[in-house]
Write a protein that binds this ligand. Structure first.
Ligand code: MG
Length: 322
């Protein structure tokens, strides 16, 4: 079991900033946007959350720009009532098709009509019929897109084992509904899933959620969900922020982790926090076919489009990306 004390030694983390930069034949770890990039026709995926509202100022043009950068696969975000970011899903698909972009996945946040939370985080057992109805509607909509994956984007509140088991019941149900529509259901993590839950027998010993002798929520989810119904999309950045090693997890669960979010603090490869070479090597060893670049809002004056162009440049240059 990985813990915070030894995680810096682990394979997917660079102990020293800039190790990649000094390696012969490897992409510059600090792209400055001025380098000439040789496009290698790599098939890169992108989570559209990375673009924020910039994507929507001129959707057809913005989609063509993504294709020009080397992105060919999209993972959607912002589904609500048959729309993506307020745009009718089939119109969205038509524009993506015209630009040569393939929508293969979608992030979803279940919602219940009349519920006040923008994200439904406080799952209660009696809500299951309504949550299931959400997945049924969403699955029907996404089947029309010929999308492959529907991904639960955010963890509902989870502070006990009992609660983790209840969430697993919800995830298994969603997986069953999505599978019946011909798609695959998956779960996407942030850092919270790597907190430990105190086991009932250890109550009172230690209240620190990072060091208690408990179970990591992510492990409870993997154990408590049906491999035939629930796959895992591992966000490598958030896994490391949670104190765990994504390569370690990929090695332990090759049959469960089927998608990746490739993400860094800001632009890929610039923080020196992640060893993307080891991450990609393990990804290929596990035969994971799809990954999505993801980037949080930039706060340094660059646009999101400039940022994801630099992410693409990094991956196009990196010899470890096939
Ligand atoms: Mg992510």
């Amino acid at each position: 079991m990985t813990n915070r004390r030894n995680f810096l030694k682990n394979a997917s983390i660079l102990a020293t900033t800039g190790l990649l930069a000094g390696k012969p034949g490897l992409g510059n770890a600090h792209p400055n946007g001025t380098t000439t990039i040789t496009m290698a026709n790599k098939t890169l995926g992108l989570q559209i959350y990375s673009l924020q509202r910039e994507l929507y100022d001129n959707l057809p043009k913005r989609m063509r720009e993504l294709k020009d950068m080397g992105y060919t696969k999209l993972e959607l975000a912002g589904y609500k009532e048959g729309k993506i970011g307020g745009v009718d899903m089939m119109e969205f698909k038509k524009m993506a098709d015209d630009a040569g972009l393939n929508i293969i996945s979608s992030h979803l946040e279940p919602y219940i009509d009349g519920h006040t939370d923008p994200f439904l985080l406080d799952y209660q057992k009696e809500m299951m019929p309504q949550v299931n109805e959400f997945w049924k509607r969403a699955a029907d909509d996404h089947a029309k897109l010929e999308c492959k994956y529907m991904i639960q984007a955010t963890m509902p509140t989870c502070k006990s084992h009992e609660r983790a088991y209840l969430l697993c019941d919800f995830f298994n149900e969603a997986g069953r509904i999505v599978k019946a529509a011909g798609l695959k259901y998956g779960y996407h993590n942030h850092h919270m899933e790597f907190e430990r839950l105190l086991r009932p027998e250890d109550a009172g010993k230690n209240k620190n959620p990072w060091t208690i002798p408990g179970d990591q929520i992510y492990d409870l989810f993997i154990q408590g969900t049906d491999p035939g119904l629930v796959l895992y999309e591992m966000d490598v950045y958030w896994t490391i922020r949670g104190g765990s090693d994504p390569v370690d997890y990929m090695r332990k669960h090759p049959d469960r982790i089927k998608l990746l979010h490739i993400k860094d603090t800001t632009i890929l490869g610039q923080s020196g926090l992640l060893n993307f070479e080891n991450i990609f090597n393990q990804m290929y060893e596990n035969k994971i076919a799809d990954f999505f670049v993801e980037m949080e809002p930039l706060k340094d004056g660059r646009t999101q489009y400039q940022g994801i162009k630099e992410c693409s440049d990094y991956l196009q240059k990196a010899t470890f990306v096939k």
